[in-house]
Unconditional design. Structure first.
Length: 323
């Protein structure tokens, strides 16, 4: 089953997350970066085009053999669904219509959610913004694996299995570790999504529904673009908790690879994040970074020094008071 991971606990930090302080330093030296703040209207058209492409592709998929369905849902459909997930990530920061128009952003997010099958767009916003504000918090940052995950998937084979089913852990972990009362918009998101799923099944058949659903699962697991889930915050070098990737797959993922830049400036849309690095290279060039998401996945699975425990955590304030 491969080597057992060398870590037996997370890396605990007793200092604040690094992005707020670095943001102040960068803006003090490069105030012109503020000009990059704001929404990116092109995001709206990208979402519209990707969703329409996926819906039109169902006309072809229903006529194909199961073998071709599996090939296409991994290579094309899943990749597009993953791009839509990262569009939802952009939308969660109100980067489509701007901060003054939150409802249109939520509606666009629900629309982008349709081909993904699992309703998550509205709930993702709340959890993701807390991930930014409370990075590493043992309760509020639900991006961090649980102790159960870390203990169960603690060798090479286990990490491969965990990586394959990562989208399920990613989706359901917050519901277990940090449940919230569903909001009206979340209920609407779920109802619209279930209606869409039924219509796909009714008009295009089960093969088309599987194409969308399995594509979402595969593209968030053992898939090149899914390397960003590991590359962003898993500790490949001790003491560093956020990493950027500057490779070509950024063109499929709304530049999510520019992750240090994104956490430093979450109000800058992905299309302008390369400009942040260009304006302030002295703050980013010397930080540890990744060159390949495929290599990130390979190293995560095979290197005993890396695994679900390789995350920096911080005590939750409420828990600290109880101690």
């Amino acid at each position: 089953m491969g080597q057992h991971v060398s870590r037996t606990d997370f890396e605990w930090s007793y200092t604040a997350e690094p992005h707020a302080s670095r943001r102040k330093e960068i803006l003090k030296k490069h105030p012109e970066i503020k000009e990059l703040f704001g929404n990116d209207p092109n995001l709206i058209w990208w979402v519209l085009g990707l969703v329409i492409f996926q819906i039109l592709s169902l006309c072809l998929v229903r006529e194909l053999s199961w073998l071709w369905v599996l090939i296409l849902c991994y290579c094309i459909g899943g990749t597009i669904n993953h791009s839509l997930m990262l569009a939802i990530h952009e939308i969660s920061h109100n980067l489509a219509f701007g901060h003054s128009r939150p409802l249109p952003n939520r509606i666009l997010g629900i629309f982008a959610n349709l081909p993904i099958i699992l309703p998550f767009s509205v709930s993702f916003k709340g959890y993701h913004l807390e991930h930014h504000k409370f990075q590493g918090d043992e309760k509020l940052d639900t991006d961090i694996p649980t102790y159960l995950e870390a203990r169960l998937f603690c060798n090479t084979l286990g990490k491969m299995v965990w990586m394959f089913f990562q989208p399920l852990f990613y989706a359901f972990r917050p519901l277990i570790t940090y449940p919230k009362t569903p909001t009206l918009l979340e209920i609407i998101n779920t109802c619209i999504q279930l209606t869409f799923n039924f219509l796909v099944f009714y008009y295009f058949g089960g093969k088309s529904l599987v194409y969308l659903a399995l594509g979402s699962l595969l593209a968030m697991g053992l898939h090149p673009v899914a390397g960003h889930f590991i590359s962003e915050h898993y500790m490949f070098e001790r003491g560093f908790e956020t990493y950027s990737y500057y490779g070509p797959l950024n063109c499929l993922t709304f530049n999510v690879g520019y992750h240090n830049e994104h956490h430093d400036f979450p109000y800058v849309p992905g299309s302008r994040l390369p400009k942040v690095k260009e304006l302030a290279p002295e703050f980013y060039d010397d930080l540890p970074q990744h060159q390949s998401w495929v290599k990130v996945i390979y190293d995560f699975i095979t290197d005993p020094a890396i695994g679900p425990y390789a995350r920096i955590k911080r005590k939750h304030a409420g828990f600290a008071k109880q101690e």
